[in-house]
Write a protein that binds this ligand. Structure first.
Ligand code: ADP
Ligand code: ADP
Length: 237
């Protein structure tokens, strides 16, 4: 379970991107954060794993306050958070399998660590997850041979192979065409429901959020202005 309390972010420029966000996200939930550009969506997602440091407030993951951790402790804690990026953040010259397996290493700064031997169980898990994301048989392709949609599936597989307590995605569809975006949303839905991993994404395409998410968080000027189901949102407007 993820719980934020009074999460606030003021950038050094003085921009108050998040005022005081308190919310809870639990298993099997696919939550989409929506709102206009500049609302603070990306900041919220990035504050959860401290890719952006919150100014104040707490972020608890299964009872551990991530904001209180030292950088060494945070490195370990981040293994519990699967992160999916808009621009995929894959290593282009490595294979699909190598990119996926890197999820088992946590956040590596030393790329040589990639080339080590992985335990057989990690490799088997990676194969299973490649099937799950629809990339079965693609494990030896280099990432630079893949389409955008395939790259995002590698990004998702890398996050799922971590066996995370939550999956976070920062605008996972904004580099993709509409059809591929639908496929990726469907995949995230399956992961939340079948694998019991809560998924939190931020997304600017409201129709995609309404079409797939179980719950929507509406952000405006750094404030939570809506928290409800897609049906409740469409009834409101
Ligand atoms: P969204 O994802 O909803 O488009 P962001 O979280 O990117 O919103 O931005 C929220 C606000 O914070 C905006 O006013 C933006 O200009 C500001 N902001 C975002 N990143 C930075 C940064 N690195 N430095 C200063 N201001 C920032
Ligand atoms: P070497 O020790 O010669 O570098 P490895 O056995 O470590 O070879 O494999 C190199 C890379 O190939 C690994 O990083 C991993 O991503 C991938 N890999 C390892 N075992 C398998 C396997 N059984 N099937 C597919 N890919 C594998």
């Amino acid at each position: 379970m993820l719980e934020t309390h009074d999460l606030r972010k003021v950038y050094p420029t003085g921009d108050e991107a998040l005022t005081s966000i308190s919310t809870t996200i639990e298993g099997k939930e696919f939550v989409a954060m929506i709102g206009p550009s500049g609302a603070g969506k990306s900041t919220f997602v990035r504050c959860i794993n401290r890719l952006t440091e919150p100014t104040s407030g707490t972020v608890e993951l299964d009872g551990t306050d991530l904001t209180a951790l030292s950088s060494a402790e945070l490195r370990d804690a981040r293994r519990n958070i699967g992160m999916i990026f808009q621009e995929y953040n894959l290593v282009e010259r490595l294979t699909v399998m190598e990119n996926v397996l890197s999820g088992r290493l946590g956040y590596v700064s030393n790329w040589a660590a990639f080339r080590r031997k992985f335990p057989q169980e990690d490799i088997e898990l990676a194969y299973e997850i490649l099937e799950l994301v629809g990339l079965g048989g693609m494990e030896n392709k280099r990432v630079d041979e893949l389409s955008g949609g395939q790259r995002q599936r590698v990004g998702i597989a890398r996050a799922v192979v971590q066996n995370p307590k939550i999956l976070l995605a920062d605008e996972p569809t904004s580099s993709l065409d509409p059809e591929t975006s639908h496929d990726v949303m469907e995949l995230l839905t399956d992961i939340a429901t079948d694998h019991d991993i809560p998924v939190l994404i931020n997304i600017h395409e409201v129709d995609l959020a309404v079409g797939y998410a179980d719950r929507l968080l509406g952000l405006h000027d750094g404030e939570l202005v809506f928290d409800g189901t897609p049906e409740e949102l469409t009834d409101d407007t």
